[in-house]
Write a protein that binds this ligand. Sequence first.
Ligand code: SF4
Length: 515
Amino acid sequence: MVLHEDKLGQTLLIPTNLLDLIPNNHACFFVQKLVDEVDFDEIHAEFIGNAGMKAYSRRMLTRLVIMASIDGIRSSRKTAKLTEENVVYMYLCGGDSPSYRTIINFKNEYGHLLEEILALTIGVAREANMVNLNEIGFDGTIVKANASSSSVVSENDLKLAREIINEGKKADIEEDEKYGDERGDGVPKDLTLKEKIKKLVKKSTSEDETSDDEKIHFSNKEIDKIDNALEEVEKIKNNEEMKGSTEKEDKEINVSLSDPSARWMKNKKGKIEQSFNVQNTVDLKEGIILRTDVVQDQTDHYQLKPQIEGLKENLNEDLKNSKILADNGFNTGESIEYLHESGLDGFIPSRAQASKDKSNTRPFSKANFQYNIDKNHYICPNNKILPYQNTYKDKRKEKKVYYTNECKNCQYKNECTPKSNYRIITHYSTDFQDLMHQKMEQKENKEIYKRRMIVERPFAYMKHVQNFNQTSTRGIWKIQDELNLMAVTHNITRIHNHLTNIDHDHLENPQITTI
Ligand code: SF4
């Protein structure tokens, strides 16, 4: 082997045309063409006639943000650096180098554009025959919020603090004018909002008279944060009420001051953290994301209807020819009834069917008792019939009870019902859920349901490629923009791979041509 010459000191390295350095099937050209489809006229018109420094083209910034996301870069500082060091970014920005602050402000102001670009990616995928809407999968995952657990404050403390601030409003406004957002008399400058609230609450409940020079100052910004947090408290209460929650009425509600829109949720590892529930709707042909949503409800129980209705609106399709695939977390009486009444073809196993797949090792678990909808009885693992006995209403649900007198003489009694002579099976499902259960017992429907696993791919992309294990922004609307950006980049990557593979197979000079 011949040794290559060390050419350190050779500075004439770069061709005069940047395109000579970028492969002609690079994803940046796809991004360029896709963003060219967006109408920026109205947005750019806002800048016409403005005095001061020139603003960067919003089209160029959109290309930049999407390309960085495709490369798994979520930091605006790193994105800004790429415009100075990376030829692809230099090309997409036409040699301009916006600062990281410009990029952050752009993301904050124009995040809504991503919804339109997501729709464009779906249109391109449909043209490329990657989306046919034959099978659509729904799934949710819990993502940690960018909210510190240590900034969580109780509803009572928030209300009391707001009341005290209200009473002293005049003085607060005067102090705002005097001190701005900086500080209050007698209070160290670096006291957090939570510490201020705690201190205020403590003072109000203490018997000591509070002197003027010890008064705690809240800036307008901080008062807004308290008001936002109180609004979220009301939302939590309304949501609990809507779901007919059985939680105690006097249960204390806590919200995070750093992101009040986050909620306490338990993740797959069993850890309870301030989080959001991310819902993805995916076409199962090639795994293209059709819709992504951030919601504040820990469970998927109430998500099927809003996700399907949102999708129908986005696609302008009634979805009556589509198969709707979702896991048992979406199997509630309301959701299954909604599918039935909307004429939609659902494939959603019951909880018993889902746990049966996982718990073959427990032969006497409820999942191994077979329900016969026509005869209205259960059959136990020892082939005994458990006839229907009665129905009672517990909280919001009707429950049917089944048992047999044969348990006391059964050879499996100690394993099945060690503490009682009766193994009682309680049946929670509605008639529509029973019909769905029956449907999902059929082999061909189980086969169809297996394709639901494709819905997991975009989550894997979000978590492993985009490192989306925690939101990087705060506030539910900004997080929605963050999700839309990831859905856009996920779809672009899949479409680009698909098209370039086709091109590699059939063309001499592969290039993205389909937009
Ligand atoms: S204990 Fe009763 S329910 Fe259980 S296996 Fe025996 S007969 Fe069936």
